[in-house]
Design a protein around this ligand. Structure first.
Ligand code: HEC
Length: 303
């Protein structure tokens, strides 16, 4: 029996390293699906195919050159001379696409104008250039038909509108998908300046007409004192805002403000407590003794 040392020759070791290099990412895929996504596998495959194709091309060019050299080797002097006199395929193609006039025939295209000794050749336009020009004409006709006659494809402006509509739909989708991890039984006060600022904005535009900008109350009750008809805790206020008191003139805001906004405006109302605005409405409801004042509710928010 062979020992391990005999088995692991340098050549075999190299081969094994190569295999493990290929196999390692493959095994990583089975344990961690995110590393080798479908897309990455696809692009790697395409890349590999390209690399192999390139290799095959290079090898075949090399073999062709080798064959040519062999053939040349076997040729007689005259054969070689005749072979070399014949222009190559590429040279012929170059001539055909450019339509160059040989220097010795330039007399045929010399114009008879003489600008103080400077004379001009009437060269043809190169056929490759003319070909491109015809292609652009054909392209223009197709473009005109597709975009302006049959209108089968959208123009820039329409494309823009389609994209915008799609984005809007996606945004709506996201909004609909957004779930809130709180409701009126678990909502907490937010002391985040951004939230309170947003809450103030909502309050000033939506609530101030009935509760006054300073919260002193007019149609609706005073929101700055310690007396509340429906409770003065964060959860109580959020509940009142969410469900409203429809038969007393306070509407339910659930359909108009999303939970985040109701939380923001409720938090803002919490900060109005004790501000004692001038001309505030008389207290209504029961005395509410908060367990924690808003500035201390931070701890509630941060738990
Ligand atoms: C059309 C007038 C009107 C608007 C607008 C309005 N409210 Fe009210 N609100 C009332 C009335 C009236 C009451 C008292 C309900 C009652 O008597 O039970 C009330 C009560 C409340 C209460 C409970 C007060 C308590 O003493 O328990 C809160 C909190 C409240 N509103 C917040 C808001 C917020 C926040 C908004 C804006 C998003 C808002 N209100 C907009 C009329 C309004």
């Amino acid at each position: 029996m062979k020992t391990l040392k005999q088995f692991l020759t340098p050549g075999r070791l190299k081969l094994m390293t190569l295999f493990s290099l290929i196999a390692l990412p493959a095994s990583a895929q089975s344990t961690n699906g995110t590393f080798w996504s479908q897309e990455m596998i696809f692009y790697t495959m395409v890349g590999l195919v390209f690399a192999v194709a390139l290799l095959v091309l290079l090898v075949s060019i090399y073999v062709l050159q080798l064959l040519k050299a062999f053939v040349r080797n076997d040729m007689t002097e005259e054969q070689l001379a005749a072979y070399e006199a014949e222009p190559s395929f590429w040279a012929k193609l170059w001539q055909k696409w450019n339509d160059f006039k040989p220097i010795e025939k330039e007399g045929e295209i010399l114009l008879d104008h003489d600008y103080d000794g400077i004379r001009e050749l009437d060269n043809h336009l190169p056929p490759w250039w003319k070909g491109l020009f015809y292609v652009t004409i054909v392209y223009a006709v197709i473009y005109l038909l597709v975009f302006h006659v049959f209108e089968t494809a959208p123009l820039q402006e329409e494309q823009y509108e389609i994209e915008m509509a799609r984005a809007e739909e996606a945004a709506l989708q996201r909004q609909g998908d957004q779930t809130y991890d709180f409701d009126e039984t678990t909502v907490t006060f937010s002391d985040d300046p951004g939230d309170l600022g947003a809450g103030k904005k909502i309050y000033d535009s939506q609530c101030a007409p009935c509760h006054k900008v300073d919260g002193g109350g007019s149609v609706g009750p005073n929101l700055t004192d310690d007396y509340w008809l429906h409770g003065g805790s964060m959860k109580d206020i959020y509940s009142t805002v969410k469900f409203g008191v429809p038969d007393k003139g306070m509407i339910s805001w659930e359909s108009l403000l999303n939970p985040e906004k109701m939380r923001q405006v409720s938090s803002y109302i919490m900060t109005l407590r004790g501000t004692n605005p001038p001309g505030a409405k008389a207290a209504q409801g029961d005395l509410f003794v908060p367990e924690e004042v808003p500035s201390d509710t931070t701890s509630v928010n941060n738990d």
